[in-house]
Design a binder for this molecule. Structure first.
Ligand code: 2YH
Length: 259
């Protein structure tokens, strides 16, 4: 999984507003309503403790501040601990945090200390981007393509299968595809093929994963992937709507999922 950079986190709320406009136009809901539709929860007056973590590649300069802005955007009360790691954890508990947000290079979690619920960024990101694609008002069928069956794509595909969608999936890893076929019943899709979809969940960290043969005109591509898997020329030629944002949508889903 790619590590976020401070550049990815620049102008986060502008990117959020831009994506919210597209999501509203294409699904009739905004991000908060999408999260509510998935988890059936609404933020109350939870207090979110955000702990910087120094493990691995260390602290990303604007990561905690971005989490605080997201927490507040969705109506919760947040604070960043002064110290990192275990000292920061202790500080968050002493500061009456209801929910803890913290990430190292491998996993990013939300843990609600009151009800015990815990969420990971990769699952929530897969689920919320899948949900956005699945709510596309101009979809021509209940068939949907998932590109990339790593932790994010797999969770998204599972969510879509559970919602009754016919899920086509592709990934270069044959073992993962076998597992997804067996466990989820996804249909393997040949990425060089010509079957076109009006809903695509792209969940890879690679550019240009989407080819012309995959997308129907006026398709919705929903992707947390950085860099973007949709080549610009295909996006504009086929009037593809693109939902792509580096952090907010996944974090919103994490918070709603632990309420
Ligand atoms: O960006 C990441 C990892 N790719 C996991 C996220 C899953 N989408 N982690 C952020 C690391 C933050 C750092 N430890 C900090 O500033 O606290």
């Amino acid at each position: 999984m790619a590590l976020l950079t401070p550049e990815d986190l620049e102008d986060l709320l502008d990117k959020l507003n831009h994506n919210n406009d597209i999501i509203r136009k294409d699904t009739g809901m905004d991000i908060a309503e999408i999260c509510h539709a998935i988890y059936g929860t609404n933020p109350g007056n939870e207090r979110v403790g955000i702990i910087p973590i120094t493990a691995g590649n260390g602290i990303i300069s604007t990561f905690s501040a971005s989490l605080l802005a997201i927490t507040e955007y969705f109506g919760m009360d947040g604070f960043i601990t002064e110290h990192a790691d275990i000292t920061g954890y202790h500080e968050a508990i002493k500061g009456n945090a209801d929910i803890i947000l913290m990430a190292d290079d491998h996993i990013f979690i939300a843990h609600n200390l009151r009800n015990g619920k815990i969420a990971t960024n990769h699952v929530c990101t897969g689920v919320v981007y899948a949900e956005i694609a699945s709510q596309y008002l101009h979809a021509d069928s209940k068939e949907i393509l998932v590109i990339g069956m790593g932790r994010v794509g797999y969770a998204g595909a599972e969510h879509l299968v559970n919602k009754g969608f016919t899920v086509y999936a592709c990934d270069p890893d044959r073992k993962i595809m076998e597992k997804a076929k067996e466990e989820l019943g996804v249909i393997p899709y040949n990425c060089n093929g010509t079957k076109k979809f009006s809903m695509v969940l792209e969940a890879t960290p690679n550019p240009n994963t989407i080819s012309e043969g995959m997308v129907a005109e006026r398709c919705l591509v929903s992707t947390p992937g950085i860099p973007c898997g949709l080549p610009e020329d295909i996006g504009s030629r086929d009037h593809v709507d693109l939902v792509m944002e580096p952090l907010v949508i996944g974090v919103a889903a994490m918070l709603y999922s632990v309420l």
